[in-house]
Design a protein around this ligand. Sequence first.
Ligand code: ADP
Length: 592
Amino acid sequence: MKTLNTETVSRRAMWGMVFRFAVVAPLPLLAPIFLRLVNASGFALAPVIVLGLTNALINGDQVFFWCSISVAVSAFEILTDVLNYPMQLWFSNRATLHFQGKLLKQTSQIPLLHFLDADFHDLLSRANRGFSDRMVDWFRSVLDNIHGVATLVGLLSTVLIIGGGWCAAVLFLCSVVVLLTQKPIVFLGEKKDRDVARPRRAQETWAEVLTSRTSGGEIRLFMLQNWLLTKWEKSYQTLADVEVTALKKRMKWDALARLSSMVGYAIIIFIAAHAAQNADSKEAAGIFTGLITAAVAFQGFLFFFYGSLGSLAEHSGVLRELATLFTIQSASVEKDSDSDQQLDTNVLPQLNTEHTTIQIDALSFRYPHAAVDTLKDITAKIAPGEIVALVGKNGAGKTTLANILLGLYSPQRGNLEFNAGTHKSSPVVSAVFQNFARFLLPVRDNVGFGDIARIQEENGIQNALVKAGSTFSQDLDAWLGSEFGGRDVSGGEWMRIAVARGLFRNSNFIVFDEPTTSIDPVAEVEMARQLLTKHASRSVIVVSHRLGIARLCDQILVLDAGRLVEQGSHDELISSGGLYAKMWNAQAAWYT
Ligand code: ADP
């Protein structure tokens, strides 16, 4: 799996995203830019206006003309300022819809293995944090920079005209020094962003554990409040330390930038005095006030520009994170275009009516960052309609193998083929996971999500609920979960609803991962019989500790430390006297 590093994302990828957005929504992007350019021209013209007005007042000539120019320029500035905010909001609404919508969709399609990677979680948490606000901030800093460049060019030209080459050169040099300090400041800002992601997540996790309902009972019972609070305080302290350290480093560069701007300002004042002394008496006052206005405007502006360059770099983080996450997705799509996986959620999979054979050949799998393979050299075949049990001790690799069969993880070595020998096709798969989802929504949606295209099929949903033994088959509109005012149901009832969801999907094969753990032993037998009913075109793979369930299956695959150590029917495995027989005898001892 690729390591996630936002530093390596190219500027091209980032600006490519902006360009695509410009094509989708040109007006919300271009209109605010135009307004900022108009606004900047008013800023740059200020010294010329002051010069003209001063000379007009002293010489008693063209006073009303310069007053009118001054009023007109101010009016333009005010108007563009007023329109600035609605324009930014317009942009931010469109951009959030476009980028965050894309991010949410892409995240829901990214291969699940990435969710086992802490770096991925850091990145995702950074990307989603205050998305719209950060988008607005980013755009505001882009606009500020456009404004900054336009003002800088305008002011330098004005100073060149009024005060000559030396004056413009001094201002230019100061700007260069100030702007150069931006690079280390940006670097420090980016580093700080990366450094705070992990402690911030840790702090949020401790807060979540302290206040969540699922952990609430145990926290009170085991009196974990103080211990958890200390953890929260420590992670908060780490976060604060990172921020203070970054600020200290940044302040040195800030001081250099301010010093350079001060020196520039002082030099301009002396040049202005010198120029005024040597100028024609009718023009001397105008030149002096014009240049002083330019120097004051320049100093104020330089720090505005300096800040906006820094904030552009800081807020570009949001683009960098998006580009990195989108790159993961395109890499996965590229990889999967060679395989049978279908990642595009716009295309719902069609049920392949052919009976599906699953052929597993010398398959090995290792989790990211793990030192050893979790699955080693597995070879097995599952015939159409066959009911197969995956058994083995905890950690033997059953769930991992089931997830690979479902296409959620890709094996690093070996092959997994469907309908091998005839032609390859992608099967429609269904599953009931050990950690199944509990959607705080009506029963209808909870079951209908198994086959979204058929969510309106009331009879199908009811049948699935009946097969799963749920009491909700006549109550499809009941809202589940008390968090949104719905019904609080037992773990067993949630499990039956998850089973109904899995059954509702017309699939070539279905995986049940410990499907009866929350069900009482009497109901369990009935449920197991329902789930393991023979169906000519649908294979069933059931992961279970309960060997009573394995006994009902056609074939049993026994895993031990990632290896397939035995396979056969219950009777065959009992008579061979291997690991399965030992496990069977151990479990049987409980009931005799
Ligand atoms: P089973 O379902 O048989 O109990 P699993 O398939 O869940 O076993 O796990 C098999 C092995 O893989 C275990 O040793 C487990 O610790 C390891 N494992 C599971 N998930 C991860 C992961 N995300 N990263 C590293 N190792 C994992």
